[in-house]
Ligand binder design. Sequence first.
Ligand code: GLU
Length: 311
Amino acid sequence: MLLSPVALTARLPPLPLTRFAPAPTGQLHMGHVVNAIHVWGLARASGGRVLLRVEDHDRQRCRPEYEARLLEDLDWLGFTPDVFPTKAFRAGRCEGRQSDRDHVYRAAAADLAARGLMYGCTCTRREIEAAAGDEASAGELRYSGTCRDRGWPLDEAHAWRVCLPDDAITFDDARHGPSTQMPSSQCGDLLARDRLGNWTYQFAVAVDDHAQGIDLVIRGDDLFASTGRQILLGRLLGRTTPATYWHHPLVMKSPTQKLSKSDGDTSVRDLRGAGWTPARVIGHAAHAAGLGGDASEIAAVDVASLFSARR
Ligand code: GLU
């Protein structure tokens, strides 16, 4: 989508802090590059900064070697984070990794629990599906609140859920425009921590976006439906002004299949191996995302031009 610089400035917070938040569950691929172009491009075009967050909350799927490659590929592409630079990750000198932030999530959970907004849960996915009946096959699985009043403790033997009020959340997505979502009827009480002790994506991201002062979230359309619940969770955690959200289209493998990290043919590493330059990878991704017109090569330091000067 092409916005004029004036429209762009009006839609983004002044001097925003945004984030690039990959999960180290595979290789950096074209979908990440498209996201990085939006993140760095919009941040730089509006005088903002980028924080790097490694979303390794899922300890069963994330691997240190994926993280190492991801950081290396990001450096190679030339996308430089302002907060938590890649070298700080390597030196173990930052809390940019979700696995380093257990104390932050525990404190947030304790705060919610002290206000009666969190409870222990024993339900398995199969039980939740059975309780949802026909609803289960129609889109997202909603938790019906079976354990809400059972009084299970918040301990290592139970999953932890957040009670979501029946609030409709209205937000003005910078690209989609005004939208309303009803988290209590989309997903029901939100899983914050599973029975294996993993903090969930929804919980960790809402805590982090709030605690790290992120006021601009730029990500793919696949996460659009999560926005209302993250805003609501942020509100329960004490956030007074939600972030601005900008959801961009995904680059698809086919009209119905999005690219995944397992698409080895689109990994940055493979393209590097085949002799592509960083500017060619970025130019290719920008083109696939409908940005950048005919330019076949774009350096990372120039991606702001895709969102400002040329419009
Ligand atoms: N970690 C998520 C991913 O790699 C991104 C989450 C977000 O931007 O909110 O898809």
